[in-house]
Design a protein around this ligand. Structure first.
Ligand code: FNR
Length: 188
């Protein structure tokens, strides 16, 4: 069954290792999944005064999430949490009250950092946020990627066979998870 995935890159950096990781994930994903990035960099900082007349950036974000079958978060860890830009995007997606775009939207989380725990703490915090937003999350496999120089090329080729196999398995599991969730909770 074909599914479309909207993916978030939690980093705004032009040289983001998480963007590089996302290219590898797209390369290795089963053919049943197609991908579109959901951009977050031009969103203003959310505050509830916007709710009465949601601006175009906020509406575009919500529409992008809603038109996809599932969402994938590829994020760095900043000071043991997700970057503010990503939290801001989730806040936009969750409002105005009663129109939470993440409600019942299947999701998965992955992230890379140069450090050994590979975004584990940020991912745990993101799980709490997505649980509150009522997004069914793939709980396993977890994927904490320690990004060493040369691990993945600029265009997303993985140089380490065990990492390549692990990422391929992660995406296969994600495709199966999306199918399972959407069987129980049809989109729409
Ligand atoms: C970091 N970095 C970092 N790494 C980590 O493993 N745990 C952390 O808590 C932090 N904290 C942190 C805060 C801030 C403000 C910055 C700028 C960086 C390092 C981070 O993993 C590294 O810069 C990655 O390259 C960020 O991912 P992108 O932007 O390359 O995708």
């Amino acid at each position: 069954m074909p599914y479309t995935v909207g993916y978030f890159i939690g980093s705004l950096s032009q040289n983001s290792i998480n963007r590089t990781l996302s290219k590898a994930l797209i390369r290795l994903a089963p053919e049943s999944l197609t991908f579109e990035e959901i951009p977050i960099k031009d969103l203003p900082l959310y505050n509830r005064d916007f709710d009465a007349d949601y601006p175009a950036e906020g509406r575009a974000l919500k529409e992008a999430i809603e038109r996809h079958d599932a969402v994938l978060f590829v994020t760095p860890e900043f000071n043991r949490d997700i970057p503010g830009a990503l939290k801001n995007a989730i806040d936009w997606a969750s409002r105005p009250w009663g129109t939470n775009s993440l409600n019942q939207k299947p999701s998965a989380i992955i992230g890379a950092s140069p450090g050994k725990i590979g975004t584990a703490v940020a991912q745990q915090n993101l799980r709490g946020i997505l649980a509150f937003c009522n997004s069914p999350q793939m709980s396993a496999p977890e994927a904490y990627i320690q990004f060493t120089p040369g691990l993945i090329t600029e265009d997303g080729e993985v140089n380490d066979p065990s990492t390549e196999e692990f990422l391929r398995h992660f995406m296969e599991e994600f495709a199966q998870f999306v199918q399972r969730v959407l069987t129980v909770l049809p989109k729409g």
